[in-house]
Design a protein around this ligand. Sequence first.
Ligand SMILES: NC(=O)c1ccc[n+]([C@@H]2O[C@H](COP(=O)([O-])OP(=O)(O)OC[C@H]3O[C@@H](n4cnc5c(N)ncnc54)[C@H](O)[C@@H]3O)[C@@H](O)[C@H]2O)c1
Length: 338
Amino acid sequence: MEVTVLGAGSWGTALGRTLGGKGFGVRMWDIDAPLLAAMTAQHENARYLPGIALPPTLRGEPDLTAALDGADLVVLAVPSHAMRRVCAQIAGQLHEGMLLCSVTKGIEIDTLMTMSEVVEDVLPASLHPRLAVLSGPSFAVEVAQEQPTAVTVAARESVVAEAVQRAFHTAYLRPYVTDDVVGVEIGGCAKNVIAIATGAADGLGYDNNTRAATITRGLAEITRLAVARGANPLTLSGLAGVGDLVLTCSSTRSRNYRVGFGLGRRRRLEDIQAELGQVAEGVLNARSVRDLAHRLGVDMPITELVYGLLYEGITIEDIAAFYANRPLRSESEDHHRR
Ligand SMILES: NC(=O)c1ccc[n+]([C@@H]2O[C@H](COP(=O)([O-])OP(=O)(O)OC[C@H]3O[C@@H](n4cnc5c(N)ncnc54)[C@H](O)[C@@H]3O)[C@@H](O)[C@H]2O)c1
C-alpha cells in the first residue's frame, strides 16, 4: 500500500511511522519543508517526536502533487483550521480508488462543521463514500512508543471503515469500526473543553471526587450535543467518547488539561500558552462547541463555564460557585436547553 500523510506534526508522524512500520511506502507532506527534509535525512521528527526512530519506508515530500501521486490511502492530519485550505489544494488530485482518512479533531469556527463535513464540503461528492475518520484515546507519543492503544474508525460505508481498520491495525494499534461518523467526531472535539474544566478544578485544589464528577457530567453534555447532531448515544460510551474524555482529562500530557490547570492556579491564559509553545485546541474548541450547542439548543453548562473563563472574563472563583449553585435535576434529563 502507498500512503500519503498530510501534516507532519505529532499525530501525522506517529501514524505515518505505524504505517511505514508495516512496510507501506509513506510520504509525509507539510507546509514546513525543512521539517520534511530533516525527517527524510535523519529518520526522526526531532520537533514533534524527538528520539523516536522513523522507518526507512517513510520520507518527507514537500511537493504536494508528488506526495499524492499513486497514493492508495491519504491521511489528513493537518490542524483543524487548515483542513479546508488543504482539501481545496488536493481536490483535483484525488480519485475514487483512494481511501481518505481524517485523523484531525475539531469543529470549524465559522461554519460549525465537523472535519469530515469540511472535507465533504470541499471535495467532489464521488469521493465522499471513500472518507473515514479515526479518533479515540491516543496520545501520539504513546502510539509511537508502540504502547497498546485502541481507536475507532468511522465511515458511512462499512467496506471503507474496514479497509482503513486493516491498514492501521498492528500488534499495538487496534482500530474498531463504526458507522457513526458524527458521534465519533463530536466526542473527539468536545472532550478538549471538558479537559480544561477538569484541569481548572485540579488547579484549584480539588481532588478525585470533583474530577470524576466533571468527567461524568462532561460526558452527559457531550452526549446531548452529539445526539442533537444525530449520533447514537452509545458511541459516546465508546473509545471516541468516554475513552478519549478520560485520557484527556486525567493526564498532564494533555495540553488542554494543562491550560485548565494553569487557569485553576490563577495564571494568565497568555502566559500558559506561551509556556506550552502551541495553541491548546480546547481553547478554540470551547468557542465552536459552545456556538454549536447554542445553535442546536443544547444545554452544556461545563462548556459554557470554560467559554466564560477563556473569553468572557469570569473568574476561577466562579468555578467553585458553579459546583455550589447548579440547580438540582435528574441524572438523565432530556437533551435540550432549559
Ligand atoms: N498529538 C496527539 O497526540 C494527537 C492524537 C490524536 C489526534 N490528534 C489530532 O491530530 C491533529 C493534528 O494534531 P498534532 O498534535 O499532530 O498537531 P501538531 O501541532 O503536532 O502539528 C501540526 C502540523 O501541521 C502542520 N501544518 C500547519 N498548518 C498547515 C497547513 N496549512 N498545511 C499543512 N500542514 C500544516 C504544522 O507544520 C505541523 O507540522 C489535531 O486535530 C489533533 O487533535 C493529535
